[in-house]
Design a protein around this ligand. Sequence first.
Ligand code: M6P
Ligand code: ZN
Length: 204
Amino acid sequence: MDSALSQTRREVPTSPSPIMIDSRDGSLLGETVSRVVRTIGDLRGIFVDEASRAAMPQDRVAYRVECYFPVPEGTQGGLFFGTTLIEPGLVGAEFFMTKGHFHARLDTAEYYWCIRGRGMLLLMDEARRCRAEQMKPGSLHYIPGRTAHRVANVGDETLCFGACWPADAGHDYESIAARGFSARVLRIDGAVKMVEAKDSGALR
Ligand code: M6P
Ligand code: ZN
């Protein structure tokens, strides 16, 4: 017998993963998944055409977020994981999109990657300079620190993307609520256009 195998070794315990990712759309399965649903009613002040938003069914789902928080929020060195599923749709001429945020700890970064659908990732620095990256299945997006991020679904199916961010990053939605992003993603004559926007704080 092989002398290495004949040695007595203590068995190391194994366990199944607490979370599974559905490879079709990135949705998360497991008891510890946290779920948030954002309806049109929750997104007051986000879209430029507030009258159109207010006229829509307020319980219509715009997007869902499924998250795995393996450590308490604020844990230094920890990582969070999430999948966001944005429905196709328009508020006036503007594509359904996430609220968007800076990180409360401003210098923390994040990864997004596209699983399904077509999207536009809006990135805005502190000087309000905006750029955008096109999202398609397989695309990977590094969001540097000090950069606000928002995703619009510019396709005609559910847009699904994964995200991974530091557990101590936090969300700063207030800056976005106050001034919005400096660009908007609109459908104009059937095409996807990114256009400059005025401060949207005055809309509320
Ligand atoms: C990603 C991550 C989450 C975020 C979610 C929706 O999954 O960035 O932290 O909550 O997108 O974005 P928002 O919170 O801006 O609506
Ligand atoms: Zn983030």
